[in-house]
Design a protein around this ligand. Sequence first.
Ligand code: 5GP
Length: 193
Amino acid sequence: MKRNKKGLIFVVSGPSGCGKTTLGKKLIRNFPDVVLSVSVTTRPRRKGEKNGREYIFVDEKKFVYLKKRNQFLEWAKVFGNFYGTLRQAVRKSINRGEDVILLIDIQGAMQIKKKLPHATFVFINPPSLNVLKERLEKRGLDSAVEAEKRLRRAREEMACNKEYDYNIINDRIEVALEHLKSIIIAERCRAKK
Ligand code: 5GP
C-alpha cells in the first residue's frame, strides 16, 4: 500500500552485542519502506564494513566541522569515538514517507526524546548479562579489556531501559524480529500519540 504520510522515527538502543544491528538489517529486508539511518563516526572501520553502508567514516576534524555546522540531530561519544546522526538524511527519508530506524546509544536516544518526543523508542535487551558476555566473546571484535568495558556499560544501559516505549528481549533473533515488526506495524496504525 502506498503511504502518503510522512515516515516515522524509531530509535533503537541496546548494549553492544544485543543484536540490534542484525535485527535492523533483517527488518529492512521485510519492510521496503523502512531505512536504517547511516551515522557518521570517527571509529576506525572494522573488517567487512563499507564506507557509506554501515557508517560514514570520518576523522575527528571532519566530525567537529559537521557538529559546528549543526548537521547532527544528535551526537555522542561512545567508547572513545564520536557518533552522530545526520539531520538532513533523516529529514529526507521521512519526507519521502520512509520510516527511519536510528540504531544509537542511550545518550543519543535521550537527545532525540527531547527534540522529537513523538519518535518511538525501542530497547533491545539481551536475555542476560552472561549471554551478552558469551556473544561479545564469540564476536571476537574486541580485546578482553574492550569487551569488559562494553559489559560494564551494558549493565548501566540496561538500567535505563524504562526510558523507552518498548522493551524487547533478544533471546531468539526470529522472535525478537517479530516483536520489532509488530511494534512498527502498531505505530503505523496508531491513531494519535
Ligand atoms: P559500534 O561501534 O559497535 O558500531 O557502535 C557502538 C555504539 O555506538 C552502539 O551502541 C551504537 O548504537 C552507537 N551508535 C552508532 N551510531 C550512533 C549515532 O549516530 N549516535 C549515537 N548516539 N550512538 C550511535
